[in-house]
Design a protein around this ligand. Structure first.
Ligand code: CMC
Length: 392
């Protein structure tokens, strides 16, 4: 069978060709379809960036209108799917609910989830709108169901982020209207998470798609991968780490020592590709003070600990020599916390943000007539041949 190259964790394997995202991890560059993330964050919004990631160009006014109309039309979910979500135990993790519901959703749209890429692609615009719009509704419904709260229905008049906040936080007696700063913070969070080339969840989406599976099955697998604490689950883990440090009466210095001698891992630090500041972390950190100001938060003990951890790590040889810098998850959890998003919803927020990337990557696989099934090899290290013993 020839010589097999072993590349643990695929650190040096290019698994596909892609036109979507460019990263230079040594310098800290991230571009979607050629546009620098800094410019998109400053001048665009999550919906236009989703369009860009999925279709390759920023939308014209007409395309923007049509895309928004499709998202609005697809915002509600079927009653059967609502009952599916209501069937989970109250303490189910919302990532489990999200992953299962996304896969189940394919059952409601057999014409776009046929597991025949050619046929599924005939309805791609509809499928993309369904995935992008309904992921947010499923997420908010799972939050409300877990707390025994009545469900809210999406409002056609609201923008994407405002609608998400309404679905989450409106009460029958009190409609939730976010301040522009809060809606902008959610929008920025989602935009910064929209796509990130062959990370663990996106590689999973492509892996599943490579066998011919439909968009919903592939995205559902992506959610499962994202849940892990080394990947999207890190934003939840960061906040839990800060809470534990705070409860311990530590200012962060004890924790840094533990991280250096292998007793703990500094969550929100380090990245497989970025050996420099994660550009997304820079942007989030930059907008952070503004968001906190608008929320009237002047004194957050977790924030003080986070700042101590960052300062200590950036001046310590252990972290410097390993090129460990803050990643996007280091500050994003603090913003979500300030916005009163519950900790177990942080990774769900990441999944909502990443949906355009998964859709675009699925599309690249599905539309390529030369796509091959992904099937890595292995290095066998098990027993040499042996005989099953006679029965005793
Ligand atoms: N705290 C302490 N030491 C660390 C950390 C950390 N966060 N990250 C890496 N190291 C050490 C690691 O122990 C190893 O040391 P040594 O060479 O002495 O054995 C060295 O740095 C290289 O680490 P690695 O584990 O081989 O690196 P990797 O590329 O396999 O892992 C990572 C990348 C992101 C999984 C890892 O840095 C990590 O676990 N970070 C914390 C979790 C986290 O924040 N994840 C979010 C990533 S960004 C968003 C996303 O993709 O979801």
């Amino acid at each position: 069978t020839g010589y097999i190259t072993y590349d643990e964790g695929f650190g040096n394997t290019g698994s596909c060709q892609s036109e979507i995202t460019y990263i230079d991890g040594e310098v800290g560059i991230l571009r979607y379809r050629g546009y620098p993330i800094e410019q998109l964050a400053a001048k665009s919004n999550f919906i236009d960036v989703s369009y860009l990631v999925i279709y390759g160009e920023l939308p014209t006014p007409t395309q923007r209108k049509e895309f928004s109309q499709r998202l609005t039309k697809e915002a509600p979910i079927r009653e059967g799917l609502v009952r599916f979500i209501q069937g989970f135990p109250r303490d189910a993790h919302p990532m489990a609910v999200l992953s299962s519901s996304l896969n189940a959703m394919g059952a409601y749209y057999p014409h776009i989830a046929s597991n025949n890429h050619k046929r599924d692609l005939e309805h791609f615009d509809e499928a993309a709108a369904i995935a992008l719009s309904k992921v947010r509704t499923i997420a908010a419904h799972s939050y409300r169901v877990a707390r025994g709260l009545p469900l809210n229905y999406p409002k056609p008049t609201l923008g994407y982020s405002e609608n998400f906040l309404h679905l989450m936080f409106s009460e029958p007696y009190n409609e939730y209207v976010p301040t522009p700063e809060v809606a902008a913070a959610i929008n920025l969070f989602l935009l910064l998470h929209a796509e990130h080339e062959q990370n663990c969840s996106t590689s999973t989406v492509r892996m599943v798609a490579s066998a011919g599976a439909n968009l919903f099955a592939s995205a559902s697998a992506g959610v499962s991968a994202l849940w892990g604490p080394l990947h999207g689950g890190a934003n939840q883990a960061v906040l839990e780490m800060l809470a534990a440090i705070h409860a311990d009466g530590d200012d962060g210095s004890k924790f840094i020592e533990n991280a250096k001698n292998g007793k703990a891992r500094l969550m929100g630090f380090g990245h497989r590709v970025y050996k420099n500041y994660d550009p997304r972390a820079k942007i989030i950190k930059g907008s952070f003070d503004k968001a906190l100001d608008s929320l009237g938060i002047t004194n957050d003990p977790f924030l003080d600990i986070a700042r101590n951890l960052e300062a200590a790590a950036l001046s310590d040889d252990y972290f410097i020599s390993r090129k460990l810098y803050p990643n996007v998850d280091f500050y994003s959890g603090l913003i979500m916390n300030a916005l009163k998003i519950p900790v177990d919803m942080f990774t769900v927020m990441f999944a909502i943000g990443r949906m355009p990337g998964w859709i675009a990557q699925w599309h690249e696989v599905a539309k390529n007539p030369k796509s091959k099934i992904n099937r890595p090899r292995q290095i066998y290290v098990g027993p040499t041949p042996r005989d099953v013993p006679d029965a005793v």
